[in-house]
Design a protein around this ligand. Structure first.
Ligand code: C2E
Ligand code: CA
Ligand code: CA
Length: 594
């Protein structure tokens, strides 16, 4: 939160503070001197100050306490005698480190002001949280003479709630106003029915490929980058405009009173230029691009949800058209995008509402025809649209980060099934689980998988994790380290959709992987296409040379089966054997074909 924001939001005691500053200045901090005043006004004021709920301290430049009010005694547990003449360190707890105090003093010395939360200690040893405002008091020539400290005890319920309220409208990381703030602002605008001719532009700004920055440089680097981006945007805004941070790398810019669209585009471009300049953080340099989706109040929506949804649709179109672009919402933006965004919002609740399903597609051993494995493929049983395939929601789940909880849900579902089948002595086969690149970048992925497998007593030899060739190529180093850990723990690793990326043989030889899944596009009609036959033959022999097992996907005809068997592809998967099916049918198939 910027100082300005914090000032606006919490300083409702401004008058009191001014009076105090004045008093401290005029009376050289001595209660005795003050009480000798002629007309008693000062006495009255001091008595008021004594009775405010905030603790008030006046100290000299070395921090030695010269004056306190009653609340200071009440809150700290020390009496006045103990406090006067003591150093402010009497209140110090061990909850802040040296760096904190260094910053604290730097700000007071340089700017004459500090405010923030601080843990202090009461006389009885109890550590408690305070909101502290400190001001340097200057004499007429501008020399610092003393400090005035106002402390609000946040451990007292009401104060705590007020502070909570304050923080609930601001983003902790960047200090920018947050979604709750934005919602409230839009509500205020619409409730006041502000001049309907006045347009407000609602600009959704999303950093392109932010997860890769996090992944390559670390999360704390990503955090600092977001803070910097927030600062740069704020520096370009007029007073009447605002920037909000809604989630990880999604910002909303709200512009008021802009004469026309061209002006808005110019402003957005200027902001874009500024945030595209390189960032230097921890001796590293990074540059970013961003995509923008814009909706207009009141034309495209009169409440937060409508404006947000339409800005997101425009943002999605901007991202789809190659990122680093600005798009305005228009009702003609294809229905697919609209449905997609709506689905995205519903997806948040789909897991909770038990609407997700895992389907199973068997994998059959070449020649014997025995079922050796099954791939888990997720479905969404939507109440209006029926069964939706992953193509309809996985891209949104990836964009929004929902893929992470969804991914864990799939993993846990498979582990539960493995345990269930083991308890019921059904055939033991391998289960393949798809991982998206977003899951690979998840900090605790391997630990979480291990926790789950422990919970269900899983034999890791029964579990295969698949990642597509293109995701693996995007994040080579990270994928290698995650795969290595999974493999050390006895899991099998597979490269999915192989052949669609640009992997080289040497690249694969260094990759901790056990299985290649040849993409469907090579298998389909293989008997009729020379080129496909040549490529598939080459992939199969290369895999054999470097010791990888192979699975062919999308096997649909007997001709394809015969060709692949002839070339010694290990496992075959496709509609020829079975489509992906529900657990009950899968169970039947497993028993029948045993
Ligand atoms: P994939 O991993 O390549 O899965 C194989 C897809 O090919 C499945 O589509 C399957 O239904 C389809 N398929 C299998 N055999 C045949 C065939 O003989 N002919 C044809 N035409 N198609 C066949 P599905 O189930 O729609 O899944 C699409 C993609 O969604 C998957 O591609 C996978 O990348 C992703 N996906 C599915 N479940 C999950 C999941 O739990 N997590 C993640 N991250 N991704 C998932
Ligand atoms: Ca797969
Ligand atoms: Ca595949």
């Amino acid at each position: 939160m910027s100082k300005q924001d914090r000032n606006n939001s919490i300083n409702n005691n401004e008058n009191l503070e001014n009076k105090l500053k004045f008093k401290a200045k005029a009376h050289n901090f001595s209660k005795a001197t003050v009480s000798k005043s002629k007309n008693g006004t000062v006495d009255i004021l001091l008595s008021i100050i004594d009775h405010v709920s905030q603790a008030v301290y006046v100290t000299d430049l070395s921090g030695c306490i010269r004056w306190v009010n009653l609340s200071a005694c009440r809150i700290s547990g020390h009496d006045e005698k103990e406090l006067i003449g003591a150093n402010m360190r009497i209140l110090k707890s061990d909850h802040q480190d040296r760096e904190f105090y260094e910053n604290f003093w730097n700000e007071i010395i340089n700017f004459g002001y500090w405010e923030g939360e601080i843990w202090n200690r009461k006389k009885n040893g109890v550590v408690f949280l305070q909101w502290l405002n400190i001001y340097a008091i200057e004499d007429d020539s501008g020399n610092k003479k003393a400090f005035l400290a106002l402390c609000t005890d946040l451990s007292e319920k009401e104060n705590f709630l007020a502070a909570l309220n304050r923080s609930s409208f601001y983003d902790n990381l960047t200090g920018l106003p947050n979604q709750a703030h934005l919602r409230k602002l839009i509500l205020d605008v619409s409730e006041r029915q502000i001049n309907q001719d006045m347009k407000h532009y609602f600009v959704a700004l999303n950093i392109d490929r932010f997860s890769y920055i996090n992944m390559s440089y670390g999360y704390s680097f990503g955090d600092q980058l977001l803070i910097e981006i927030g600062k740069r945007i704020s520096s370009k805004l007029r007073d009447k405009d605002n920037v909000f941070r809604l989630s990880s790398d999604l910002f909303i810019l709200l512009f008021t009173d802009i004469p026309n669209v061209d002006t808005l585009i110019n402003i957005v471009k200027r902001i874009n230029d500024l945030i595209s300049n390189p960032y230097f953080i921890n001796d590293k340099q990074v540059s970013i691009t961003a995509s923008y989706g814009i909706s207009l109040y009141p034309d495209d929506g009169q409440d937060y949800d409508a404006l947000m949804q339409n800005a997101e649709i425009a943002l999605q179109v901007a991202k789809d058209s190659g990122k680093n672009t600005i798009k305005f919402f228009s009702p003609t933006m294809n229905e697919k995008a609209t449905k997609w965004i709506k689905l995205g919002h519903e997806l948040k609740y789909a897991l909770l509402n038990n609407e997700m399903r895992v389907y199973y597609q068997i994998q059959v051993e070449n020649r014997t025809g025995i079922i050796k494995g099954a791939e888990a493929l997720v479905r969404w049983k939507h109440d209006r649209f029926g069964i939706l395939g992953p193509g309809e929601f996985i891209p949104y789940a990836e964009l929004s980060g929902l893929i992470v909880p969804l991914g864990y849900w799939v993993i846990e579902s498979i582990f539960m099934l493995i345990k269930d089948f083991k308890d019921r002595k059904l055939p033991t086969i391998k289960y393949s689980i798809n991982l998206s690149s977003k899951q690979i970048t998840e900090r605790n992925l391997v630990d979480e998988i291990l926790k789950l497998s422990h919970r269900y007593g899983i034999d890791h030899a029964q579990v295969v994790f698949e990642i597509t060739e293109s995701s693996a190529m995007e994040n080579t180093e990270l994928t290698i380290s995650v795969f290595r850990r999974l493999r050390e723990n006895g899991f099998t690793l597979a490269i999915d959709d192989f052949g669609t990326g640009y992997s080289s043989l040497s690249y694969l030889a260094n990759f901790p992987v056990d299985v290649l899944k040849i993409d469907r596009s090579f298998i389909s009609n293989i008997d009729k296409n020379d080129n496909q036959r040549r490529i598939t033959t080459a992939i199969l022999s290369m895999a054999e040379t470097i010791g990888l097992r192979t699975v062919a996907e999308g096997v649909e005809t007997i001709e394809e089966v015969e060709f692949l068997s002839d070339k010694k592809c290990d496992l075959l998967q496709g509609f020829y054997y079975s489509k992906p099916i529900e657990k009950e049918k899968f169970e039947e198939l497993l028993l029948k074909k045993e």
